[in-house]
Design a protein around this ligand. Sequence first.
Ligand code: SAH
Length: 396
Amino acid sequence: MNNYPAIKLKRGRDESLLRFHPWVFSGAVASLPPNLDEGDVVEVHSAEGNLIGIGHYQIGSIVVRMLRFGSAAPIDSDFFTERLTEAFRLRRSLKLIRTDNNAYRLVHGEGDFLPGLVIDVYGDTAVVQAHSPGMHFCRDIIARTLTEIPDLNVVNVYYKSETTLPYKARLDPQNDYIIGSYSGSVAMENGLQFNIDWLRGQKTGFFVDQRENRHLLEHFSAGRRVLNMFCYTGGFSVYAMRGGASLVHSVDSSAKAVELTRANVQMNFPEDNRHTAYAEDAFRFLADMKRDEYDLIILDPPAFAKHRSALRNALIGYRRINAAAFEKIAPGGILFTFSCSQAVSREQFRLAVFTAAAQSGRRVRILHQLTQPADHPISIYHPEGEYLKGLVLYVE
Ligand code: SAH
């Protein structure tokens, strides 16, 4: 079978692909076929002319995102049916789909052998994000396939790729429903309700990746005064309320986020006056807050380093916010601290937190080391898929 144009690699540059790493870097390419368009499916051949597999072509440092290894079978609706069904089977076996939980990540890019594709499910709506031109061109097949998978029960598919596709590709994607329409947006996570705004919210509208870490926080909350910094939709705040916190303060620089947090707390705990939300800059808030005001602090900032070039400043940012927390948290306090920057390694993050702790001179112990949940799987051949890192610390 030889249906797709072929890219030829330089000698010896097929090694990582033979170990199923899903990216072909531009430096590995010996020759490109003529008239290739971004998003085309291409075959990848070794210098010796052997077929390695097929993938989506793109301009940039990652030239091909591999879809199949050892086969050039078409990328069609059978392909997506097989991969999406497998993704759904895994989520089902993880027991993430229950009457009290219907928000989860169905597809996590390379971790589900679908590079360039992210799909979050909220009840009967799937929010699809393409990160590659190739997946952008597959959006209709993907949407249709989603509605056909037995028991997945997706009836609306919202496409949201305006900010995730490479700008230079000039694809001009529109955020819109591909199938169905708005049908309410309250999702359940571990028995708590959340209003999810995929139309206006960040990413797909909610951060499902903190589900298990929020659950853990719930068990630390009883009787504690909680500060949820970078609260976004108030996920951690709602769990802290259920866990019996004596007060919960939520902070985000976005007024819209603060509004979402208030609404979510109100929906789960109406007329409960333990909660207050503030629209303020985190660095300001931490600088102004009093010593011993909080017994439990959550620091879950946005990715400080979106690219490797921003790494140094990102590490300074992590050190600064953690130093403020160590300086002010009450004795016997618990700090939940996170980094979701893929460019920051687990060791680098830990070193930044260690430096902040040392600066405060307090006795600090690690109670838990946290990561992303199982619906954000990491292909063992693609360690770059690991991005969420967290520590739960006991501060004396
Ligand atoms: N903890 C949240 C996710 C946090 S996302 C959850 O569990 O869902 C990061 C949030 O940080 C965003 O809502 C963004 O508005 C906010 N943010 C970014 N910069 C900020 C700053 N300097 N001060 C306060 N909030 C900030």
